[in-house]
Design a protein around this ligand. Structure first.
Ligand code: ZN
Length: 214
Protein backbone atom coordinates (compact mmCIF):
# COMPACT_ATOMS: atom_id res chain seq x y z
CA UNK A 1 0.00 0.00 0.00
CA UNK A 2 1.61 3.23 -1.14
CA UNK A 3 -1.00 5.91 -0.68
CA UNK A 4 -3.34 6.64 2.22
CA UNK A 5 -6.55 8.57 1.69
CA UNK A 6 -8.00 9.34 5.09
CA UNK A 7 -11.31 10.68 3.87
CA UNK A 8 -13.11 9.96 0.62
CA UNK A 9 -16.66 9.44 -0.54
CA UNK A 10 -15.70 7.04 -3.31
CA UNK A 11 -14.81 3.36 -3.18
CA UNK A 12 -11.47 2.65 -4.81
CA UNK A 13 -10.31 -0.46 -6.60
CA UNK A 14 -6.70 0.75 -6.82
CA UNK A 15 -4.53 -1.78 -4.97
CA UNK A 16 -1.93 0.89 -4.17
CA UNK A 17 -4.40 3.02 -2.26
CA UNK A 18 -5.69 2.46 1.25
CA UNK A 19 -8.70 4.67 1.66
CA UNK A 20 -11.18 5.26 4.44
CA UNK A 21 -14.54 5.66 2.77
CA UNK A 22 -17.01 7.94 4.51
CA UNK A 23 -20.36 6.29 5.25
CA UNK A 24 -23.59 7.34 6.96
CA UNK A 25 -26.04 5.46 9.17
CA UNK A 26 -28.16 4.70 6.11
CA UNK A 27 -25.23 3.41 4.00
CA UNK A 28 -25.26 -0.22 2.97
CA UNK A 29 -21.76 -0.93 1.66
CA UNK A 30 -19.18 -1.64 4.37
CA UNK A 31 -16.98 -3.92 2.28
CA UNK A 32 -13.93 -1.62 2.43
CA UNK A 33 -12.26 0.32 5.24
CA UNK A 34 -14.75 2.98 6.30
CA UNK A 35 -15.63 5.68 8.76
CA UNK A 36 -19.20 6.24 9.87
CA UNK A 37 -20.86 9.25 11.42
CA UNK A 38 -23.79 11.62 11.55
CA UNK A 39 -22.84 14.63 9.42
CA UNK A 40 -24.16 17.95 10.78
CA UNK A 41 -25.91 18.62 7.44
CA UNK A 42 -28.03 15.52 7.87
CA UNK A 43 -29.09 15.78 11.51
CA UNK A 44 -32.67 14.62 11.81
CA UNK A 45 -33.69 14.79 15.41
CA UNK A 46 -36.45 12.20 15.00
CA UNK A 47 -33.88 9.67 13.88
CA UNK A 48 -30.98 10.40 16.22
CA UNK A 49 -31.53 7.51 18.60
CA UNK A 50 -31.91 5.03 15.80
CA UNK A 51 -28.80 6.39 14.07
CA UNK A 52 -26.69 6.27 17.23
CA UNK A 53 -27.79 2.66 17.62
CA UNK A 54 -26.61 1.91 14.06
CA UNK A 55 -23.29 3.69 14.71
CA UNK A 56 -22.70 1.54 17.78
CA UNK A 57 -23.15 -1.63 15.77
CA UNK A 58 -20.96 -0.45 12.86
CA UNK A 59 -18.17 0.84 15.09
CA UNK A 60 -17.45 -2.78 15.98
CA UNK A 61 -17.22 -3.85 12.34
CA UNK A 62 -13.76 -5.07 11.34
CA UNK A 63 -13.56 -2.53 8.49
CA UNK A 64 -14.39 0.45 10.65
CA UNK A 65 -11.39 2.75 11.12
CA UNK A 66 -12.90 5.96 12.43
CA UNK A 67 -15.96 7.79 13.61
CA UNK A 68 -17.02 10.58 11.27
CA UNK A 69 -17.38 12.72 9.55
CA UNK A 70 -19.20 14.59 12.25
CA UNK A 71 -18.80 18.09 13.57
CA UNK A 72 -20.02 21.66 13.52
CA UNK A 73 -21.08 23.92 10.67
CA UNK A 74 -22.14 27.53 11.17
CA UNK A 75 -23.35 28.00 7.61
CA UNK A 76 -26.30 25.64 7.83
CA UNK A 77 -29.78 26.05 9.24
CA UNK A 78 -29.55 23.19 11.77
CA UNK A 79 -29.63 24.68 15.28
CA UNK A 80 -26.05 25.08 16.51
CA UNK A 81 -26.76 23.83 20.04
CA UNK A 82 -28.33 20.73 18.54
CA UNK A 83 -25.24 20.23 16.36
CA UNK A 84 -23.09 20.40 19.48
CA UNK A 85 -25.25 17.82 21.25
CA UNK A 86 -24.99 15.37 18.35
CA UNK A 87 -21.27 16.02 18.00
CA UNK A 88 -20.67 15.36 21.69
CA UNK A 89 -22.65 12.11 21.56
CA UNK A 90 -20.36 10.97 18.77
CA UNK A 91 -17.26 12.00 20.70
CA UNK A 92 -18.42 9.67 23.47
CA UNK A 93 -18.78 6.84 20.95
CA UNK A 94 -15.33 7.55 19.53
CA UNK A 95 -13.93 7.15 23.04
CA UNK A 96 -16.04 4.11 23.88
CA UNK A 97 -15.09 2.20 20.71
CA UNK A 98 -11.57 3.62 20.55
CA UNK A 99 -11.90 5.08 17.03
CA UNK A 100 -10.27 8.32 15.88
CA UNK A 101 -12.68 11.14 15.10
CA UNK A 102 -12.93 12.70 11.61
CA UNK A 103 -14.26 16.23 11.91
CA UNK A 104 -16.19 18.45 9.52
CA UNK A 105 -15.82 22.06 10.63
CA UNK A 106 -17.13 25.25 9.04
CA UNK A 107 -16.52 28.50 10.92
CA UNK A 108 -16.58 26.72 14.28
CA UNK A 109 -12.90 26.01 14.96
CA UNK A 110 -12.92 27.81 18.29
CA UNK A 111 -15.87 25.68 19.46
CA UNK A 112 -14.08 22.50 18.38
CA UNK A 113 -11.04 23.51 20.42
CA UNK A 114 -13.19 24.39 23.44
CA UNK A 115 -15.04 21.08 23.31
CA UNK A 116 -11.75 19.22 23.02
CA UNK A 117 -10.42 20.97 26.12
CA UNK A 118 -13.66 20.19 27.92
CA UNK A 119 -13.79 16.45 27.16
CA UNK A 120 -10.04 15.78 27.00
CA UNK A 121 -10.41 12.77 24.65
CA UNK A 122 -7.93 9.93 24.37
CA UNK A 123 -8.72 9.32 20.70
CA UNK A 124 -7.03 11.30 17.93
CA UNK A 125 -9.08 14.07 16.32
CA UNK A 126 -8.59 14.76 12.62
CA UNK A 127 -9.94 17.94 11.10
CA UNK A 128 -10.61 17.10 7.49
CA UNK A 129 -10.38 19.40 4.46
CA UNK A 130 -8.35 22.07 6.24
CA UNK A 131 -8.05 25.22 4.11
CA UNK A 132 -7.60 28.10 6.53
CA UNK A 133 -4.67 30.27 7.65
CA UNK A 134 -1.44 29.44 9.42
CA UNK A 135 -2.44 30.97 12.73
CA UNK A 136 -5.52 28.75 12.93
CA UNK A 137 -3.54 25.71 11.78
CA UNK A 138 -1.04 26.26 14.57
CA UNK A 139 -3.77 26.74 17.15
CA UNK A 140 -5.36 23.44 16.14
CA UNK A 141 -2.02 21.62 16.19
CA UNK A 142 -1.20 23.07 19.59
CA UNK A 143 -4.43 21.51 20.80
CA UNK A 144 -3.38 18.13 19.44
CA UNK A 145 -5.62 18.10 16.38
CA UNK A 146 -4.33 16.47 13.18
CA UNK A 147 -5.01 18.35 9.94
CA UNK A 148 -6.01 16.60 6.74
CA UNK A 149 -5.44 18.39 3.44
CA UNK A 150 -7.21 17.72 0.16
CA UNK A 151 -7.71 19.17 -3.30
CA UNK A 152 -7.41 22.77 -2.04
CA UNK A 153 -3.61 22.46 -1.86
CA UNK A 154 -3.40 21.95 -5.62
CA UNK A 155 -4.15 25.59 -6.49
CA UNK A 156 -4.53 27.62 -3.29
CA UNK A 157 -1.18 29.45 -2.93
CA UNK A 158 -1.88 30.72 0.59
CA UNK A 159 -2.76 27.23 1.73
CA UNK A 160 0.43 25.90 0.12
CA UNK A 161 2.42 28.34 2.29
CA UNK A 162 0.59 27.07 5.37
CA UNK A 163 1.20 23.46 4.36
CA UNK A 164 4.92 24.10 3.81
CA UNK A 165 5.39 25.32 7.37
CA UNK A 166 3.48 22.64 9.26
CA UNK A 167 5.26 19.62 10.74
CA UNK A 168 4.67 16.58 8.54
CA UNK A 169 3.92 14.47 11.62
CA UNK A 170 0.59 16.28 12.08
CA UNK A 171 -0.66 15.94 8.52
CA UNK A 172 -2.83 13.53 6.58
CA UNK A 173 -4.08 13.68 2.98
CA UNK A 174 -7.50 13.08 1.48
CA UNK A 175 -9.54 13.32 -1.71
CA UNK A 176 -12.95 13.91 -0.05
CA UNK A 177 -15.51 14.57 -2.82
CA UNK A 178 -12.99 15.80 -5.42
CA UNK A 179 -12.38 14.06 -8.72
CA UNK A 180 -8.64 13.94 -8.09
CA UNK A 181 -6.66 10.80 -7.39
CA UNK A 182 -4.92 10.71 -4.03
CA UNK A 183 -1.66 10.26 -5.98
CA UNK A 184 -2.06 13.78 -7.41
CA UNK A 185 -2.48 15.22 -3.93
CA UNK A 186 0.63 13.38 -2.72
CA UNK A 187 2.57 14.65 -5.74
CA UNK A 188 1.59 18.26 -5.06
CA UNK A 189 2.20 17.87 -1.33
CA UNK A 190 5.73 16.59 -1.93
CA UNK A 191 6.46 19.50 -4.30
CA UNK A 192 5.25 22.02 -1.72
CA UNK A 193 7.34 20.37 1.00
CA UNK A 194 10.39 20.19 -1.29
CA UNK A 195 10.64 16.53 -0.46
CA UNK A 196 10.76 13.41 -2.58
CA UNK A 197 7.53 11.56 -3.12
CA UNK A 198 9.02 8.56 -1.33
CA UNK A 199 9.87 10.56 1.78
CA UNK A 200 6.39 12.02 1.89
CA UNK A 201 4.83 8.59 1.44
CA UNK A 202 6.86 7.25 4.33
CA UNK A 203 5.93 10.16 6.60
CA UNK A 204 2.21 9.88 5.86
CA UNK A 205 2.37 6.11 6.27
CA UNK A 206 3.92 6.56 9.70
CA UNK A 207 1.21 9.02 10.71
CA UNK A 208 -1.45 6.67 9.45
CA UNK A 209 0.01 3.73 11.30
CA UNK A 210 0.37 5.69 14.53
CA UNK A 211 -3.20 6.98 14.41
CA UNK A 212 -5.14 4.03 13.04
CA UNK A 213 -3.17 0.87 13.68
CA UNK A 214 -1.12 1.12 16.84
ZN1 ZN B 1 -16.39 14.53 3.21
Amino acid sequence: MDFFDVHTHTFSSDKNVFSIVNTYPNSSNFSQPFSIGIHPWFINIDKIEEEIFILESKLEHKNCFALGECGLDKLIAVDFERQKEVFKKQIQLSEKYKKPLIIHCVKAHQEIIEIKKEVNPKQVWILHGFNKNKQLAERLLKNGIILSFGSAIIKNKKLQEVFLELPISSILLETDTSELEIQEIYQKASEIKNSSLTDLQLAIYQNFKRIFIE
